[in-house]
Design a protein around this ligand. Structure first.
Ligand code: SF4
Ligand code: SF4
Ligand code: SF4
Length: 333
């Protein structure tokens, strides 16, 4: 564990970073702040960061309660080990920040809430073309080998956000948060200008407010995927029939996907005015989907129109399923 120099012992903050059910992108995002990491190093020691420094769980267990000033916790809670680390880091940290969409809302790992553990294991270890597993072995929490018993953390049926597990002080949204968002949070902490507990450290506006595309009265009759559009025009993607979650998504990313002519997929989570990002987007879409003679349409025709929305859960709840109103599919075990 890094030691504090005697000259800076009093002034320096003590930071920790942890990853739970995470792709690692949030860890890379911390490094994406480039040379500003040196500014952070000047004001803080990092006492726990499994991806970057050789620290052990025992090091955290040995700390006094609240010894860590700020812990940035990325990733969702998917396993018993991640849950225990959430409890431990909560106890050892003055401020716990849910860092990134997976921690804030369950994120992409949270899409597994359309299934349960048995189905996830079947897809990962049994029923897929690239896996050869004739003995149909799936992970067990205890396995006896000649040297003794091996243990693995329990893999939960349901993915949770960090705040569905422990008390969270602040939220930093995005998949991953941008370098600017990270530095805004760090500066707010350093300057002691944090918003009230429970706040998202980010703007109140939506992605549409940051988007360069021209907006006008929208009415569309057909939903298209990006590859079905020959040339993206300089007007709102929704008006071009492409589902863009900008109206339902909190900004702060400078609409960076739109700069690449790609629709917003919603990683900023719901806008402050909405409880459920997917429901808000479905309502927005329903309002602009103009269908001639809608009343006279058969159920089959309506179903055909809805079928144009490929993967509705993945489209509307890509990052927020565990914290949405209907947050999982109920499955008989
Ligand atoms: S929020 Fe995005 S970048 Fe961060 S761990 Fe989750 S999937 Fe990866
Ligand atoms: S819906 Fe998408 S393309 Fe249209 S203004 Fe909002 S962010 Fe931009
Ligand atoms: S445009 Fe949407 S998906 Fe892209 S970074 Fe911003 S919030 Fe995330």
């Amino acid at each position: 564990m890094p030691k504090k120099s005697s000259s800076s012992k009093k002034e320096k903050m003590n930071l920790a970073f942890y990853w739970a059910a995470s792709c690692g992108g949030c860890e890379i995002a911390v490094l994406d702040i480039d040379e500003k990491i040196l500014d952070i190093a000047a004001i803080a020691d990092i006492s726990f960061w499994p991806v970057a420094i050789d620290t052990k769980y025992a090091d955290v267990q040995a700390m006094k309660d609240k010894e860590i000033d700020v812990c940035f916790f990325n990733g969702a809670i998917r396993t018993e080990e991640q849950e225990q680390m959430a409890f431990l880091l909560r106890k050892k940290s003055k401020i716990l920040v849910a860092f990134g969409a997976c921690s804030v809302h369950g994120g992409i790992p949270g899409l597994a809430n359309v299934a349960n553990r048995k189905e996830v294991f079947a897809t990962a270890y049994l029923d897929n073309p690239s896996t050869e597993n004739p003995e149909k072995i799936v992970p067990e929490t205890k396995v006896k080998v000649k040297e003794g018993t091996l243990t693995l953390p329990e893999f939960f049926d349901t993915v949770k956000s960090l705040d569905q597990t422990v008390d969270v002080d602040y939220y930093l949204h995005g998949c991953p948060p941008t370098p600017d968002q990270i530095m805004t949070a760090v500066n707010a902490i350093v300057e002691n200008k944090l918003p009230p507990k429970g706040s998202v450290i980010g703007p109140l506006k939506s992605v549409c407010d940051e988007c360069r595309f021209e907006k006008s009265e929208k009415k569309i009759t057909k939903i298209k995927r990006v590859y079905e559009v020959d040339k993206i025009e300089e007007k709102c993607l929704l008006e071009q029939g492409i589902i863009c979650l900008g109206p339902a998504t909190r900004g702060g990313c400078d609409a960076r996907c739109l700069d690449a002519n790609m629709p917003c997929t919603g990683c900023g989570g719901p806008t402050p005015q909405s409880l459920d990002q997917g429901a808000k987007m479905i309502a927005s879409l329903a309002g602009i989907l103009g269908v001639e003679g809608e009343e006279g349409m058969s159920e089959e025709e309506i179903n055909k129109l809805i079928e144009d929305i490929v993967d509705p859960i993945g489209t509307f709840y890509k990052y927020t399923l565990p914290t949405s109103i209907i947050n999982r599919k109920v499955i008989k075990k």
